[in-house]
Design a protein around this ligand. Structure first.
Ligand code: NAD
Ligand code: G3P
Length: 358
């Protein structure tokens, strides 16, 4: 029998659409592991006042539902929403980061020297930064690792939150080079409706998770313009080719196998069928509204990660004089900025560098 002090504690850093979902999933999963895991899961919730004047954390803890970011799904009683970030993580052995990527640096700065030195992190965040000085990619896992001085694993895949909350079957890829941490992640996440596969590379998985949001937007532009099925398929294939080529620029050693995992082709397909980035881009092409307006109209505080990543990818490629090699990434950014219209992306497919490739 493990003593209470030895039971591993889990904290979730974030409580949006995916954060609330994964909290539900893990709470269900560890219910059978009472000896190994502390059953109380602390979930950091950036406090906000709802339209009726109530506080979101109080609503989550009293009604056991995140009525703003994941309405109609019951959150187990042992998931406790806390408005204090440092308090949420201070005793945790496993920190699961699941906030929109643009807030990672600031959140980690606040957590500096506030986490257990023996803890490890798992990021579920899709998106990355480009380092302003070096113009190199700066991944969320690297920010977490460097700022908090703890190891960080990644988990990405075809995981539209609402479906996961409804226990619709899905799979995901976990990036980990540490067998002990992999086993912990397997224990708290893997199950009949959510299968995971472990892959010994944290970074490539994260890069794919960020890039697919940009190509899912391209799929949305094409569908919004009512492009033919053949063209839509070409958008996905050529977009996937750009994802692979981009990964190979950054991770020269990457093997073809990873692109066939859930974090690769499957996430691109799921996101291009029904993700928020896809839907927002489709509406942009249909209405010519800006993505900011669309986010405000349709998402009630949830965050599109594609536009920010498109900007970072554009900057990275521009700095290396490679924009012509990645016309879809280039055009996706220019469309998001409303500098060109979505049909330009489709017009440019005919001269895609793929057709010059031997
Ligand atoms: N929703 C999904 O289906 C899904 C699935 C897989 C991965 N992801 C990824 O998970 C990450 C988080 O997505 P989500 O859907 O949980 O979030 P979300 O889109 O629901 O965003 C809302 C969340 O952002 C938080 N937030 C707002 N301002 C903040 C700030 N200044 N600092 C910190 N947090 C702030 C809000 O408190 C809220 O919890 C993203 O990178 C996303 O790509 C999402
Ligand atoms: O809704 P999106 O576009 O943020 O995508 C959600 C998930 O990443 C799909 O796996």
């Amino acid at each position: 029998m493990t003593s209470a002090t030895q039971r591993k504690k889990i904290a979730i850093v974030g409580s949006g659409n995916w954060g609330s979902t994964i909290a539900i999933h893990i709470a269900d999963k560890i219910a059978d592991l009472k000896d190994e895991y502390e059953q109380k899961i602390l979930m950091w919730c950036k406090e906000e006042t709802l339209d009726d004047g109530s506080k979101l954390t109080e609503v989550i803890n009293e009604q056991h539902e995140n009525i703003k970011y994941l309405p109609h799904e019951r959150i187990p009683d042992n998931v406790i929403a806390l408005p204090d970030l440092c308090e949420s993580v201070k005793d945790a052995d496993i920190l699961i980061f699941v906030i929109p990527h643009q807030f990672v640096k600031k959140t980690c700065e606040e957590l500096k020297n506030k986490v257990k030195p023996s803890a490890f992190a798992l990021t579920l965040i899709k998106g990355f930064y480009i380092d302003e000085e070096t113009n190199d990619i700066l991944l969320v896992s690297q920010v977490i690792k460097k700022t908090l001085n703890i190891p960080c694993l990644s988990m990405m895949g075809a995981n539209i939150a609402r479906e996961v909350a409804e226990k619709v079957f899905c799979e995901a890829t976990v990036g980990s080079r540490d067998d002990k941490h992999s086993e912990t992640v397997r224990q708290i996440i893997d199950g009949p409706s959510f299968r995971i596969r472990i892959y010994p590379d944290v970074e490539i998985i994260e890069i794919l998770g960020g890039l697919k949001n940009v190509i899912a937007m391209c799929a949305g532009f094409a569908d919004g313009l009512k492009a033919g099925f053949n063209t839509r398929a070409a958008v996905l294939r050529l977009g996937f080719r750009e994802m692979v080529n981009f990964c190979r620029l950054v991770e020269k050693e990457s093997t073809a196998e990873i692109y066939l995992e859930s974090c690769g082709i499957a996430d691109l397909i799921a996101s291009s069928l029904g993700g928020r980035n896809y839907n927002g881009a489709k509406k942009l092409a249909e209405t010519n509204k800006s993505l900011k307006e669309i986010e405000k109209e349709d998402l009630n505080g949830q965050s599109l990660q594609g536009p920010g990543t498109a900007k970072e990818v554009y900057r990275f490629l521009q700095g290396r004089n490679l924009l012509d090699q990645f016309p879809m990434f280039r055009d996706a950014y220019l469309i998001c900025e409303q500098k060109i219209r979505p049909h330009c992306l489709l017009d440019n497919l005919t001269n895609h560098p793929e057709f010059q490739r031997k």
